[in-house]
Design a protein around this ligand. Structure first.
Ligand SMILES: Cc1ncc(COP(=O)(O)O)c(C=O)c1O
Length: 296
């Protein structure tokens, strides 16, 4: 199991101050804990530079707005805080986890006046999936839960509450021997995985579901840009699960998962090929530092 996350060494940025890791705690009567009024980010720092740093800070603030609260720090202040956490923990390659939540002033469903808290932690998290399996392709189960209709839940926000169906689905997949699960959307179309977006390849063209009821991942956007830059056509469209038979390659994208090949989804099989490999390599190159950190 290793050391639990609340027992690591280092510092965490907490409401404007750096605090020792084990002291970054909150009260059990916190609205964020009881009612999932919390939003978070998952980012990676490569060679001392956080990839797409500002985009993540802006998304965090937008997610909070969807949950009807305002984070009392600007995107620029959040960027600076994240960089401070990396610097003070002496990291170059690390995962970064900002989280904002409603505090304890009110403990009913309504929490109009609760203080908004923000914490930023960072730790070393080399690969979300087994590094060897990332090239050969991971195996995905088909989840029982579906991504909710945007009229039913704030599906486009990176809101903590949306992850309960992801954890249930990932646990079920792991119990059944899979690395993760692919989820359909509320209409039965292919959506995404429990923590990553999904892409398919057929005849040299990349196909990916339209991100209208799940997170339009920053890595998803980067992969689309990299593919188009390499002259590979990318089509965003509705994809029904029956169509999976016709695709030859499949990969998933996410800040934690990066670009990871998929070899199986339930009974459908795929062979990681040239395009997947190319995007894995191009993403690795793209995420390397280009600014001051590169020269350091
Ligand atoms: C459910 C879900 N979908 C997609 C993604 C990919 O998003 P990003 O590429 O911005 O990390 C994530 C990861 O944060 C996720 O948790």
């Amino acid at each position: 199991m290793g050391i639990p996350f609340d027992k690591f060494d280092g510092v965490i940025w907490y409401d404007g101050k750096l605090v020792p890791w084990t002291e970054a705690t909150l009260h059990v009567l916190s609205h964020g804990l009881h009612y999932a009024s919390a939003v978070f980010e998952g980012e990676r720092c490569y060679g001392g530079e956080i990839f797409k740093c500002t985009q993540h800070s802006e998304r965090l603030r937008r997610s909070a707005n969807v949950l009807d609260f305002e984070i009392p720090w600007s995107a620029a202040e959040i960027d600076a805080a994240k960089r401070l956490v990396i610097e003070k923990n002496n990291f170059r390659d690390a995962y970064v986890r900002p989280i904002a939540w409603r505090g304890s002033e009110m403990m009913g469903v309504s929490a109009q006046d609760n203080t908004i808290h923000l914490a930023i932690a960072s730790w070393q998290w080399p690969s979300y999936f087994d590094p060897e399996a990332r090239l050969k392709g991971i195996r995905l189960d088909l989840a029982e839960y579906r991504r909710p209709d945007p009229k039913t839940a704030p599906s486009l926000a990176k809101a903590a509450g949306l992850y309960m169906i992801c954890t249930i689905s990932k646990h079920r997949a792991e119990r059944r021997g899979y690395a993760d699960a692919m989820m359909l959307d509320w209409q039965g179309r292919v959506a995404e995985c429990t923590g990553a977006n999904i892409f398919f390849i057929k005849d040299g063209v990349i196909h990916t579901p339209i991100a209208d009821c799940f997170l339009d991942g920053i890595t998803r956007q980067t992969a689309i840009e990299l593919a188009r830059r390499a002259g590979i056509e990318v089509v965003e469209r509705r994809i029904m699960p029956e169509e999976l038979t016709g695709f030859t390659e499949c990969f998933i994208t996410g800040s934690a998962a990066e670009v990871t090949a998929v070899s199986e989804i339930a009974d459908w099989t795929f062979t990681p090929g040239q395009i997947t490999k190319r995007l894995m390599d191009d993403y690795t190159a793209e995420s390397q530092p280009k600014g001051k950190a590169a020269a350091a």
